[in-house]
Ligand binder design. Structure first.
Ligand SMILES: [Zn+2]
Length: 342
């Protein structure tokens, strides 16, 4: 029988201090050339070991081989000029200097496939691999070529589908697309965002997931959250269409956020990765707090479809805190597993 409530993480985990600056998002590498290649693989092994030791069931690379969850993928594509930069507003929240789309985008060679193959060799546990979603990708660029967000998203979806098919062939069990932009541009999500995501998963036989959160615990995000009022109902706008989509799993932020749990009723039937760990705080959850979040979620998610998870990536946290949070997630899931088996 399959294990009930398999635990997982949203994606990134802290990098060791010899590879990149600790507790810093998007920190540059400290190594170069062959040392960097070896260093990334060593960090991946370490990150995997920490997940296994904490009892995490669906493991990942902890995103040890990438600097940024969106731009590392885009850097490997043709058609985007990283020297030519423009300032744009990201997710309607903060200004950033971003690269420019100067021509047709295409993927000439695999981006993460070798890394995924390496992870596959290290473990027989189910593995999950994260890619950026098409809408979040276009929101991180200035487009001087297509002049259409929809057209560019569609082209990115095509390149993501090529990568996803090769990740599947490398033995990845779950391919996850990170779409924090889904929490911001509701009309576009419903008009073409979900369709673009479905293009990205076309023809895949492995499980597919979409991760939609309120972001890392950085100031621009915590300031934005303060403007959202006492109830965060963003998910309500997009869940009906996601429920009807071909995606298998939806990964959500729950613990310590103001998302009303009953919104999960709108995606009943899908597997749900329920965020039971707050990534914007150094306070480590108790197993009982994790169990409480999971018990509440069980009112709206069938037990065989619930995967306890983190709210988002843990890259900016210290390794000590991240490890403790993984342990809490595991222990909290075990409490509820025991309750369910009585
Ligand atoms: Zn996230």
């Amino acid at each position: 029988m399959k294990k009930l409530l398999p635990t997982s993480t949203a994606g990134s985990l802290p990098k060791p201090s010899w590879l990149a600056q600790s507790e810093t998002l998007w920190s540059p590498w400290k190594l170069q050339d062959e040392e960097l290649t070896d260093g990334k693989q060593d960090a991946l092994r370490l990150s995997l070991q920490e997940q296994l030791q904490a009892g995490i069931d669906i493991v990942s690379d902890g995103e040890q081989t990438r600097q940024h969850f969106v731009t590392t993928f885009i850097e490997h594509l043709d058609g985007v000029d990283f020297q030519k930069r423009e300032t744009v507003r990201i997710r309607d929240r903060y200004d950033a200097s971003v690269p420019t789309v100067v021509g047709a985008v295409s993927r000439q060679k695999p981006v993460f496939v070798e890394d995924a193959r390496f992870l596959r060799q290290q473990t027989s546990q189910p593995i999950k691999w994260a890619l950026p979603g098409p809408m979040t990708m276009i929101d991180t660029l200035y487009d001087a070529h297509y002049k259409s967000r929809e057209k560019l998203a569609w082209e990115f979806a095509r390149t993501l589908n090529q990568e996803a098919k090769e990740l599947e062939a490398a033995g990845v069990d779950i391919i996850q697309f990170d779409e924090p932009a889904f929490n911001v541009f509701f009309d576009e999500v419903n008009d073409w965002g979900i369709a673009a995501l479905e293009r990205a998963v076309e023809g895949l036989k492995c499980e597919t997931a979409v991760h939609i959160c309120y972001g890392y615990g950085i100031k621009a995000n915590t300031d934005w959250k303060k403007t959202l009022g006492s109830e965060w109902r963003q998910y309500e706008e997009i869940f009906p269409k996601l429920q009807a989509s071909s995606l298998d799993i939806i990964s959500l932020e729950c613990h310590n956020s103001r998302v009303p749990m009953e919104l999960m009723e709108l995606i009943r039937g899908k597997k749900v990765m329920v965020g039971a760990i707050d990534v914007a705080s150094n306070t480590v959850e108790t197993p009982e707090e994790v169990a409480n979040t999971l018990r509440k979620a069980l009112q709206f998610v069938d037990a065989d479809k619930l995967c306890p998870c983190t709210n988002c990536g843990m890259a900016p946290l210290s390794r000590r805190v991240a490890r403790a949070k993984l342990n809490a997630l595991s222990a909290g899931a075990e409490i509820v597993r025991r309750e369910l088996s009585i």
